[in-house]
Design a protein around this ligand. Structure first.
Ligand SMILES: [Zn+2]
Length: 303
């Protein structure tokens, strides 16, 4: 994918989001810092990509653990100014673990503070070009994406990937409006003149029409059958947790799932499966998707 030389995408594997580094004579900017357990790797990649230049600013598309988990480590290393979406500010200021969905999902992040906030419609100078912050509600109602009409590039966060988008959390938690917001965000993207999308996960891509068509199709399917979103969410969550832990004894799985509230809550809202049946469904489906290996009473993450 042809990107201007001042933009460097550090493409990461799950759980970390991609890190987008924009070089600028006025100071380099990093967009999203990855998951905290990968912070050492993030710092190494960043140091290499900076090539000795200072990092002036860190920006988040949204404040989920896989996008802001490395903020504290990046701040310690570079003392950079940190800007977050304005809607995320109360939860970050208070380090509200429930709103940030940390213990709730079995994920973690290192607490950080920010210097200022960004709002939709705000303009930024990055890499010698003007970028606009655009509202990207849906996956996270406060998320932003960044668009340069001159470069025709969209930094989409989890609002649009080449094959999908981030889980629609509001709907999973019984807050209506997530589907409509996701649709509005996808429609807003479809009205932009874009040649390249730099997503929060996966490689930058150019076939925007195809990505949007498949995103709308997925959204339609979730709206028709919300249990589909629920099943997908539980599998994503369990495969994330397995990646964090590496492995878990099957005998410990009931206790693990009982200790992470999101599993019981989504099951209660959408699926109403007996616990053992839910466990068996999740493990079998992840095994089929090659997301885990089951051996000798253990489950191993496959990444
Ligand atoms: Zn996210």
């Amino acid at each position: 994918m042809n990107l201007p030389p001042q933009i460097r995408v550090l493409e990461r594997g799950w759980l970390s989001s991609n890190n987008v580094l924009v070089h600028d004579s006025a100071g380099c900017t990093l967009i999203d810092s990855g998951y905290h357990a990968h912070a050492a790797q993030t710092l190494l990649l960043l140091q290499h990509a900076l090539g000795g230049k200072p990092l002036a600013r860190l920006i988040n598309t949204h404040c989920h653990s896989d996008h802001m988990g490395g903020n504290a480590a990046v701040q310690r290393a570079y003392g950079c100014r940190t800007s977050i979406p304005v809607g995320e500010a109360p939860a970050i200021s208070a380090w509200d673990e429930a709103t940030l969905m940390l213990s709730y999902t079995g994920q973690s992040a290192e607490r950080f503070s920010y210097d200022d906030t960004l709002a939709a419609g705000g303009r930024l100078q990055l890499g010698g070009q003007e970028w606009e912050a655009l509202a990207a509600p849906g996956h996270d109602m406060h998320a932003l994406m960044f668009y340069s009409s001159a470069a025709r590039i969209l930094i989409s966060g989890d609002a649009l990937w080449e094959n999908g988008f981030g889980l629609i959390f509001p709907e999973l938690f019984g807050q209506p409006g997530g589907y409509a917001a996701t649709r509005a965000t996808l429609e807003a993207i479809s009205r932009l003149d874009i040649t390249t999308v730099i997503p929060g996960h996966g490689a930058p891509f150019g076939e925007i029409g195809r990505a949007l068509a498949s995103a709308f199709e997925r959204l339609d399917a979730y709206e028709r059958d919300p249990a589909k979103l629920a099943r997908h969410a539980l599998k994503v969550m369990l495969s994330f947790s397995l990646m964090i832990m590496g492995s878990i004894a099957e005998a410990d799985l009931p206790g693990f799932l009982a200790g992470v509230p999101i599993y019981a809550e989504i099951n209660r809202r959408f699926l109403r499966l007996p616990e053992a049946q839910l466990r068996e469904y999740l493990v079998k489906d992840l095994e089929r998707a090659h997301a885990l290996t089951r051996r000798d009473g253990w489950l191993f993450a496959r990444g």
